[in-house]
Design a binder for this molecule. Structure first.
Ligand code: GLC
Length: 550
């Protein structure tokens, strides 16, 4: 059969399983028009960088029309591009260039809430009787005028905001300018699914679904119970946020979502080979919810988990416990892991603050991440080993940081612009005199052009390791089984179609010997780490790894 015809007839529906997805934060990737803010034309220009890494797909954070109160996660038109980022034609060009380079394109759908400037909300809030009066979550106050229940907004304060026209409260899990859509209303479901179809027809290959477990709320508006202090954790909200004091039984995680996700999946399946990854933000039930959403083959293909996005350092025990817990919660499911993104402190700073050799640490972390069972997201700049930027209060943009400053400085420190060329103006990001967030000098010293061609750079190690991974289906789709989980030593096997790849890591600055599991192991090359094995021992220098086939 003709090869071209063959691939057109049978696209790989499973491309997302074990894919490496490169996350682009469009404001900070590349500015093409000199306004100090990144844009779609900039993305197109820089796609060869993504291709040179060997990533399978990009996930582009929101570029839709928005008043930008939450930097695009507050959408006022689901089917258009914000002028700040360009035009719909510019987006078509991103898709065309990505596809030319063999890269899939995933876009970020924010359908739990809209902007308060979305036409739907403007109409909904105009009166209690209008065609969209029930499109958002409205409720009368208690007799004493206070909000209907104790639900909290993640960004601070009550989750209810008062509207003097309707003389009612509306629900917002995030900013007051991000009112929560009422997904219990089938017309709302239809409207958001129409937006999904719109982008599918333009050729996107998949979606990242923002805050997927927030789509439905309890219609009885029951109070969330208090969470015992020992059960609190800061994986999805910083420790200083009282949101962590509640057991979120009623404001999110509602079982009604499962039926909606099936409807959503049916729309995806109208097109060939489309994938979705749902962002499940929950500190108590995250893996359980991920299991529900990715089971049965009729909902999400993947869920994006927060287990490795928390402040707690990445230890061998955390890796093993998380993989085992996911396996139990989601035997048929599939996770998507990340160590960094646009919401958390970059992991080289979050976990490596006291590490002397940050580059070695960054390289090792990349290998741990990319050998997990699951798909993987790499956040722009991670491949350069970038640290968290220190942003002065007067430069802060993120309302979350402004609210909780200085105990929590918000998310600007991981959102500063990409650094391409240390000798160029604004490190090659922009021709503007001022960029929307400042570019730290130490980032500039790690720019792409500085690292490129230097075999021992973090960038070249990412490229090398991604290439190495591509040649080993066990690292992409394999099962995972743990052999050694000690304080700093981690050994696991990934197995697929009769082949096993053993992965051994030393997560410390001291040399480490680990027992070599029984078997006939053939050392693999081309991964860039200096571990060796002899006499039943795996010998690992500081921050190093060893890989073998068996
Ligand atoms: C997600 C996004 C975050 C945004 C929030 C509200 O967690 O990643 O950036 O602020 O949802 O949409």
């Amino acid at each position: 059969m003709n090869a071209v015809f063959d691939s057109a007839a049978a696209p790989d529906k499973d491309w997302w399983r074990g894919a490496v997805i490169y996350q682009i934060y469009p404001r900070s990737f590349q500015d093409s028009n000199g306004d100090g803010i990144g844009d779609l034309k900039g993305i197109t220009a820089r796609l060869p960088h993504v291709a040179s890494l060997g990533a399978d797909a990009i996930w582009i954070s929101p570029f839709f029309t928005s008043p930008m109160k939450d930097f695009g996660y507050d959408v006022s038109d689901y089917t258009d591009v914000d002028p700040m980022f360009g035009t719909i034609g510019d987006f078509d060009a991103v898709i065309a260039e990505a596809h030319r380079l063999g890269i899939k394109v995933m876009i970020d759908l924010v359908i739990s809430h809209t902007s308060d400037q979305h036409a739907w909300f403007v109409e909904s809030r105009s009166s209690r009787i209008n065609a969209k009066s029930d499109w958002y979550v409205w409720s009368d106050p208690k007799p004493d005028g206070t909000p209907p229940n104790n639900w909290l907004s993640i960004f601070g304060g009550s989750a209810w905001a008062w509207d003097p026209t309707r003389m009612q409260y509306y629900l917002h899990n995030f900013l007051t300018s991000q009112p929560d859509l009422n997904m219990h209303n089938p017309h709302v479901q239809e409207a958001v699914l129409d937006a999904v179809r719109f982008w599918l027809k333009r050729g996107v290959d998949g979606f990242r679904l923002d805050t997927i477990n927030f789509y439905f709320h309890d219609q009885h508006l029951r109070d969330n119970p208090a969470l015992a202090p020992e059960r609190r954790n800061a994986s999805t909200a910083p420790a200083v946020n009282p949101y962590n004091f509640q057991d979120h039984l009623y404001d999110k995680n509602q079982p009604d979502n499962l039926e909606f996700l099936k409807r959503f999946r049916a729309v995806l399946d109208e097109f060939p080979a489309i994938a979705a990854v749902g962002e499940v933000g929950d500190s108590q039930y995250g893996l359980e919810i991920a299991g529900q959403y990715t089971s049965g083959g009729d909902k999400m293909q993947m869920c994006y988990a927060f287990e490795f996005l928390a402040p707690e350092p990445l230890t061998p025990t955390l890796v093993a416990d998380t993989q085992k817990a996911f396996q139990e919660a989601a035997p048929e499911g599939w996770a998507c892991w990340a160590f960094s993104n646009h919401d958390v402190v970059r992991h080289v700073s979050r976990w490596g603050a006291t590490v002397a050799d940050r580059a070695a640490f960054a390289k090792l972390m990349a290998a741990v991440l990319m050998t997990q069972r699951g798909s993987v997201c790499i956040y722009q700049g991670e491949e350069l080993g970038l640290t968290e930027a220190d942003i002065a209060f007067e430069d802060l943009q993120d309302p979350y940081g402004i609210q909780f400053w200085p105990e929590f400085k918000g998310r600007d420190g991981c959102r500063t612009p990409m650094v391409w060329d240390s000798l160029a103006k604004q490190s090659g990001f922009s021709a503007a005199d001022k960029t929307w967030l400042p570019i730290p000098v130490e980032h500039s010293l790690n720019a792409v052009h500085v690292q490129e061609g230097h075999e021992d750079s973090v960038l070249e190690q990412y490229r090398r390791f991604l290439h190495f991974r591509r040649t080993l289906p066990a690292l992409i789709k394999g099962e995972i089984a743990f052999h050694t989980v000690s304080e700093t030593g981690l050994v696991y096997a990934r197995s697929f179609a009769g082949e096993t790849v053993l992965c051994a890591f030393n997560i410390s600055a001291e040399p480490l010997d680990l027992p070599l599991p029984d078997g006939d192991w053939q050392a693999l090359e081309g991964h860039g780490f200096a571990g060796t094995a002899e006499g039943g021992k795996i010998r690992l220098p500081a921050w190093s790894a060893w890989f073998a086939r068996g």
